[in-house]
Ligand binder design. Structure first.
Ligand code: CA
Length: 355
């Protein structure tokens, strides 16, 4: 009896210890982001994600976030995640267009989908699979990392009345949109964010685009350029979480689930936060600088941009089968999604305007 009792106590004790011991595996990761730690709401996506993972795991799975001010390699995030110096990264997929042109689709492309349509494509239209296929060769996993929604077309010193007004214009504009503008004669430059205000103020550049009111207000562009153009070039800029594949595969299943869940929640939060920030910032800008003129490019200019963009897409598709595959997937999905957007959200806004 005594022996049996002892054995069963030991078994109970073992059973009690065994499962918490497995869940309590300590994992310490690091994440490098393209932004400084104070660049909100971008920086909030990884910070919120890491906080959620830490709390869900009872403090056992922690991810230390490092901003660009620390690692000094804002555009080295993919390399550092691939190499394993950091298990994770937070960046924007179109920064890697020099490594693989197909990466642009997982951020945003000129005249592409809006945020609702793009989210539906990612999660229900095959986008996640195509993204993973594109990132396979880098030995990383890529996940959506927070969307800005439609970005503003930028701050201009002069009104753009025709395509001729674009010729010789010096502008900071990244991604495929920069290539589109270059085709229309714009002198496209890339200037680090910290130097943009001075460049615009001193006339080193005539125009620039950044994000939208919520983030632009912190840069102060509204104080020095009167024309604020509406967007065409980044209709749904999705940031990205990168995860080193080997590191991910070593995680216990429950940590994988925590990570995936926390990334998705932080991604949704950033979209909401950026939207709310933009409302507040726009109200403030218009109050302090009532002369800001919101402009939309003339139809003739937009048609030329669209033509240049379509030409560029066709050129890349002819060179690269993956680019062609993702382009065709997005085009087919946009066609289907836009019909619904037009009779739901768009029609609703229109009837409200007409009441
Ligand atoms: Ca932008």
């Amino acid at each position: 009896m005594k022996l049996a009792f002892r054995i069963s106590t030991a078994m109970v004790a073992f059973a009690l210890l065994a499962s918490p011991a497995m869940a309590a595996e300590k994992v310490r990761w690091k994440l490098a982001m393209s932004w400084s730690s104070t660049l909100t709401p971008f920086a909030n996506a990884p910070l919120n994600m890491a906080k959620a993972v830490e709390e869900m795991s009872g403090g056992n799975f922690t991810i230390r976030i490092e901003g660009a001010e620390k690692h000094k390699a804002a555009l080295g995030i993919l390399d550092m995640t691939k190499g394993g110096q950091y298990e994770m990264g937070h960046s924007a997929s179109y920064y890697w267009k020099g490594k693989d042109i197909s990466t642009v689709f997982f951020c945003t492309v000129p005249f592409g989908m809006n945020a609702d349509e793009q989210n539906a494509w990612f999660y229900h239209g095959g986008g996640m699979d195509l993204m993973q296929k594109t990132y396979e060769k880098f030995n990383v996993l890529s996940f959506p990392g927070g969307n800005t929604g439609a970005q503003m077309g930028g701050w201009f010193q002069k009104e753009i009345k025709s395509v001729d007004d674009l010729k010789g214009l010096k502008m900071r504009i990244p991604g495929l949109a920069g290539e589109v503008f270059a085709k229309l004669g714009v002198n496209v430059t890339n200037i680090p964010p910290g130097e943009l205000y001075t460049a615009l103020d001193r006339g080193t550049i005539d125009a620039l685009e950044w994000v939208g009111p919520g983030m632009d207000i912190k840069m102060g562009f509204h104080k020095i350029a009167p024309y604020y153009y509406t967007g065409w070039h980044e209709p749904a800029t999705e940031l990205q979480f990168l995860v080193n594949k080997e590191a991910y595969e070593k995680l216990p299943q429950e940590y994988k689930t925590m990570l995936i869940t926390a990334m998705k929640a932080a991604t949704a939060d950033m979209f909401i936060e950026n939207f709310a920030d933009s409302l507040d910032a726009w109200e403030q800008m218009k109050t302090e600088f009532p002369n800001i003129k919101v402009m939309t490019f003339p139809k003739e200019v937009l048609q030329e941009m669209k033509k240049a963009s379509d030409g560029l897409m066709a050129e890349y598709a002819a060179q690269d089968p993956t680019f062609k595959e993702v382009l065709e997937s997005q085009q087919a999905y946009t066609k289907k999604a836009r019909v619904w957007t037009e009779i739901s959200e768009y029609e609703y806004i229109k009837i409200m305007q007409e009441l």
